[in-house]
Ligand binder design. Structure first.
Ligand code: NAG
Ligand code: NAG
Ligand code: NAG
Ligand code: NAG
Ligand code: NAG
Ligand code: NAG
Length: 781
């Protein structure tokens, strides 16, 4: 990387001067900047953000951290308060709905254990210590638990108090993260086995646990484990149906049980210092043993594990975006903590898929394309092109073996799906941006055709029994026969707008494959959102919104500022009619015309950000725009389609500054598997992607310089002259050295081969973007 401080810009030179306090010289920074210091793993872990603060490799299968009980759902295991109930190897990050995983656990307990199934939980004596690659919990009973991890194994280091009596570790195979929401989405333990095998200098246990349900109503799945302790122990296995009915027995090989009686083992040590290494696998306990033996050989220190995790993140992820502008530590913490939480899930389970054998990669824990297709997957493409291509191949392989690509997938099971079949958008985005590699695009298009033409069997989800909530497009019969979706189906309006984009995605790939019949068919279908537009609905003096139609085709009355319950059985899921009425991003010229023309469209957009305009759904905050809600993600940038790029900068930056901070409560809502963080990262970069198109809307960057490593020696270098806290409106822009007058760039301009974008910023708006508006490919000329 060239040292950007050498660029002839006053601001950059000033920033480099600030940097010298942190880094001895620009050269030294190039060589050895420790980017991991800016990763704060607890960012977004509380206040509903639900990020996972424990230890994980990028897209790593193991996520090692604490499980806490508070009486409400612990989605990532972590809670800032409550009692520890275990320390387990599998978790999700930034999800909602109901917890998944929290399995393969150990729990240290002092003293004599009469019954391991009574409440063994204990609170903290102080806040957990979390840094990249290391986690430590201090328990109120004086025990400390330090943790380290690799991709498929973890290491526990326990410190027991001198005066606490015996030192025990309980391995409870039946331990899961429970749900307390009363929606029938709690995980169940279905059975398992555990064998305890004394070794020359310690003791080993191995076995498996099976579970079902949880977030996606999954059927039974099994995880295998293999654990080593570093010293001999006495042990007893246990099996019990309730806290009082437990028996402790001394048999080394607790036979396989299909009963839901809780199963596990208690290990008792004659020492205050105990370590354990545990591997996991979805294939066999033998593979779990080889995972831990390969990845954490005996005597591997926590320091080594921490250094390895830091190196993996630094080399593979953090170094992909660099800056010499160190004027704001908070901005650097936001940048690198967001990159971290961007890449905790999905998980790369290649080689660990128990369902079929294939030469294709396997990715799981996809939460959820309905949240991530807008800004997360386009960023994954740029920053992790290898993983991205593997993910695409994996989606197509899931279709090969199961008939549908997932909209979400966890524990090897598709589901849920909320709106459209948004894997289609992910594939189209990859296709139009040139992803070819080992992707079989004929099969890719066939998988998209399944979404577009095959009605998925109804899974009779009690939340909406009208059609499948598992995969595919349940409301297809209406969409195909009528070109809109009636209230016969749950979420009819929000599905219609997403189905339109899904069909546009088919159009894009069909065009590329030279299938002109399919290309024109799906372009035409992509315009069918227009049939869901009720030109008579009004709110706030604006006329025309997406609206519900009954089974006779008649439009129903609808308040554009209310989505009712905003849930599975309602007309709109999770966002207001007014929010969804900005979502035809492939057909913006038509949308603007339907909204009353450019001036009315700008006024309508501004209303979204005007405090105090009331919504029927008060929980969505104090503006109609909801920063924590993905259907709103592009909204602040849409001014670019109406010749007002300055307003995109004003509102998008305002949202980022008001709602994001590098703190535990620093997200505007659920991280949604890194979707929120991806929105922020694009804001910092100064661009916003339109998934399924090669277009990026131009906003305004946060750093005096930013270098994005695109792989293969290609780089996008973005500079900002005259950047300041109050100086962020674009005055002029050069792209690849040439003056630029458009509020958008295309993939080929700056990403395909790299490029430069040089902004000059100022405190006041300037009318610089006088060139062509961004493309509107589904709109008739
Ligand atoms: C933890 O629990 C103990 C015993 O109930 C209590 O005395 C202590 O105040 C609690 N500590 C915290 C930090 O909540
Ligand atoms: C447990 O159930 C599975 C089928 O669900 C069966 O294949 C297996 O043999 C059963 N194991 C025992 C020990 O009953
Ligand atoms: C995913 O996992 C497989 C198996 O471990 C590995 O070969 C592959 O390189 C991984 N992919 C990435 C992007 O790291
Ligand atoms: C073109 O797409 C249609 C679906 O609209 C499909 O049935 C057909 O097989 C495709 N043709 C080719 C040559 O792939
Ligand atoms: C809108 O109102 C006009 C005038 O009452 C009526 O002719 C038209 O059918 C209505 N359109 C819709 C979509 O309800
Ligand atoms: C709607 O228009 C009326 C009349 O021009 C005006 O008084 C009112 O303030 C407007 N309402 C909103 C929400 O803009």
């Amino acid at each position: 990387m060239p040292c950007l401080a050498q660029l002839a810009s006053k601001v950059v030179v000033a920033a480099a001067a600030t940097a010298s306090s942190l880094f001895p010289s620009c050269q030294a920074q190039d060589a050895a900047q420790d980017l991991t210091q800016f990763v704060l793993p607890k960012t977004g872990a509380s206040n509903g953000g639900n990020t996972f603060p424990g230890i994980s490799l990028p897209l790593g299968m193991v996520k090692f951290g604490p499980d806490l009980y508070t009486g409400s759902d612990s989605y990532s295991g972590y809670q800032p308060s409550g009692n520890f109930i275990g320390f387990s190897l599998l978790h999700e990050s930034g999800t909602g709905g109901a917890p998944k995983y929290g399995v393969v656990s150990q729990m240290p307990v002092p003293g004599t254990i009469q019954n391991p199934l009574v409440d063994l939980s204990v609170n903290r004596s102080k806040a957990d210590e979390a840094r990249l690659g290391y986690y430590k919990s201090s328990l109120f009973n004086g025990i400390t638990v330090e943790m380290g991890a690799t991709g498929r194994a973890g290491k526990y280091v326990y410190g027991f108090p001198e005066s606490g009596g015996a030192a025990n570790v309980v391995v409870d195979v039946s331990h899961v993260l429970s749900s307390y929401r009363g929606q029938g989405l709690g995980q169940n333990y279905l059975g398992g086995n555990i064998a305890v095998i004394p070794t020359d200098n310690g003791i080993r246990y191995e076995g498996s646990g099976s579970y079902n349900n949880g977030w996606n109503r999954a059927p039974k799945w099994t995880v295998h484990f293999c654990g080593y302790f570093d010293q001999p122990a006495t042990f007893k296995t246990f099996l019990g149906t309730s806290a009082t009915g437990t028996t402790l027995s001394e048999y080394s090989d607790a036979p396989s049980r299909n009963s839901t009686s809780r199963l596990g083992a208690v290990f008792t040590f004659d020492s205050t210092s105990v370590t354990s290494r545990v591997g996991v696998s979805f294939i066999s306990s033998k593979q779990a043993c080889s995972n831990v033996e390969n990845e954490i050989p005996a005597d591997t220190t926590l320091d080594t594990l921490e250094e390895d995790v830091k190196a993996a993140w630094t080399d593979g992820v953090l170094s992909k975006i660099t800056t010499t502008d160190t004027s704001s530590t908070a901005n650097l913490q936001l940048l690198y903590s967001s990159l971290y939480h961007l890449l905790l899930i999905p998980t790369n389970k290649t080689g660990e898929n128990p369902l079929w054998s294939s030469t294709e990669p396997y990715y799981d824990d996809i939460f959820t394309f309905w949240d991530t297709f807008r800004s997360h997957t386009p960023l994954l493409h740029i920053l992790q092109p290898t993983a991205y291509e593997e993910l695409i191949r994996s989606l197509i392989d899931i279709w090969r073996f199961e008939g549908f690509m997932p909209d979400a997938r966890s524990s090897f099971f598709n589901g849920a799906t909320q709106g459209g079949s948004n894997a289609d958008n992910v594939l189209a985005d990859a296709y139009v941006k040139g992803v070819r590699g080992a992707v079989n695009w004929e099969d890719g298009f066939a998988a998209m055709l399944a979404d577009a033409e095959t009605v998925p069997p109804n899974n009779n989800d009690p939340r909406d029994t009208s059609s499948s909530t598992k995969e595919g497009r349940g409301a297809l019969p209406d969409w195909i026969e009528r070109g809109y979706i009636t209230t016969k189906y749950g979420r009819s309006v929000s599905r219609a707008i997403e189905y339109a984009l899904n069909d546009f995605s088919l159009h894009q790939v069909a065009t590329g494959l030279g299938n002109s019949t399919a290309a024109s068919k799906y372009l035409s279908r992509s315009r069918n959102w227009r049939n869901q537009w009720n030109a008579n609905l009004t709110a706030l003096n604006f006329t025309g919104f997406l609206g519900p139609r009954d089974t006779t085709g008649k439009f129903l009355p609808q308040d554009p500022l209310s989505c009712g319950g905003c849930y599975w059985g309602d007309y709109y899921y999770e966002a207001l009619p007014m929010e969804y009425s900005f979502n035809a991003h492939h057909d913006m010229a038509t949308l603007i015309a339907y909204s009353g023309g450019r001036a009315a469209f700008v006024a309508r957009l501004e209303a979204m950000f005007t405090p105090g305009l009331s919504s029927g759904n008060a929980q969505f905050g104090h503006t109609l725009f909801n920063p924590g809600n993905e259907p709103s993600f592009a909204t602040p940038y849409l001014f670019n389609f109406a010749g007002r790029q300055d307003l995109s900068v004003k509102y998008a930056r305002g949202v980022a500054r008001s709602y994001y901070a590098p703190t535990e409560a620093g997200l505007p809502g659920n991280s949604d598997a890194g979707a929120m963080e991806s929105w922020l990262l694009w804001n910092m970069i100064g661009l916003y992607p339109l998934t399924g198109q090669a277009t990026f809307l131009v906003a305004s960057p946060w750093f005096a310089d930013l270098t994005i490593d695109l792989g293969g020696g290609r780089k996008l270098v973005i500079t900002a002259e005259n950047l300041g806290d109050d100086s962020f409106y674009v005055q002029s822009l050069r792209v690849n050295g040439r003056p630029w007058d458009k509020a958008w760039v295309a993939w080929d301009d700056v990403f395909a081969n790299g490029g430069t974008m040089d902004f000059v910023l100022g405190p006041d708006p300037a009318d610089w973007a006088t060139g062509d508006l961004p493309p509107s490919p589904a709109s008739e000329a």
